[in-house]
Design a protein around this ligand. Structure first.
Ligand SMILES: [Zn+2]
Length: 118
């Protein structure tokens, strides 16, 4: 599968994500955290995600049951990825951090009911 490069805004954090069609499996989540972040994500196996620069520059945010691990750049505050609560073997990637992809149109973005999960 193609390997996509991604980064935060300030450039401290760089990562790669190996994924199939980047227009399939996109989702938003209606939990209180994801709504405030306003992000579009895609879930991939954790073995398909690698931080290649700036691991020490990532900050971790946890809340509620403190199972999911929400990572963001300590320099610019951009959320890059999180380890999922519903499946901790998966990483959800902020698709807007990937290089060279068109901004996804709203009609291809699914919804995960994270609000019920809180
Ligand atoms: Zn940054």
């Amino acid at each position: 599968m193609p390997i996509h490069r991604g980064s935060c805004h300030c450039g401290l954090v760089h990562f790669t994500a190996e994924l199939d069609d980047p227009a399939v499996g996109l989702y938003r989540c209606n939990c209180s955290l994801c709504r405030k972040k306003g992000i579009v994500m895609k879930a991939i196996p954790d073995s398909a995600f690698n931080v290649i620069k700036g691991q020490a520059d990532l900050s971790l945010y946890q809340w509620n049951k403190k199972i999911a691990e929400h990572y963001f750049c300590s320099g610019c505050g951009v959320y890059t990825h999180h380890r999922r609560r519903r499946d901790p073997t998966q990483i959800s990637v902020n698709m807007e951090c990937l290089e060279g992809l068109a901004m996804p149109s709203a009609d291809i973005i699914g919804l995960v009911n994270g609000l019920e999960h809180e």
